[in-house]
Design a protein around this ligand. Structure first.
Ligand code: 5GP
Ligand code: ZN
Length: 114
């Protein structure tokens, strides 16, 4: 989508610190990290939120989830643990309407979230 900030990041029209890329996905550092490691993982294909993932993209979502675990390992988070978060909609705290996983680690995270 032309006015979507994460589509622009995926198209390299907006700069970011990329930590992983393949044909389907991009992972980059959050501009406003809330943990020592805070990476955003997005599908390059625009999907506005988890609620909008079409049924036929279930395999893509499966690959995204296994990639999140692989990246967590590469980022050094596997031993101590980490969190994968998908904020969705107003009450979920979603501010960017392009599906993204937050990979958070490097410190003990509180539960329940605020
Ligand atoms: P949400 O609140 O939608 O779950 O998460 C959106 C995230 O995107 C926020 O953590 C925010 O800091 C991050 N973000 C917003 N704009 C940019 C940007 O231009 N570059 C990067 N790297 N992160 C961004
Ligand atoms: Zn987008």
């Amino acid at each position: 989508m032309s006015d979507c900030i994460f589509c622009k990041i995926a198209a390299r029209e907006i700069g970011s610190t990329v930590v992983y890329e393949d044909e389907e996905f991009l992972a980059f550092r959050d501009i406003n990290p809330v943990a020592p490691t805070h990476v955003l993982l997005i599908p390059k294909k625009h999907v506005s939120s988890l609620l909008e993932v079409p049924e036929q993209d279930a395999p893509l979502m499966g690959r995204m989830l296994t990639l999140a675990a692989k990246l967590a390992g590469q980022l050094g988070l596997a031993e101590d643990g980490f969190r994968v978060v998908i904020n969705t909609g107003k009450n979920g705290g979603q501010t960017v309407e392009h599906l993204h996983f937050h990979l958070l680690g490097g410190r003990a995270l509180q539960w329940p979230p605020g």
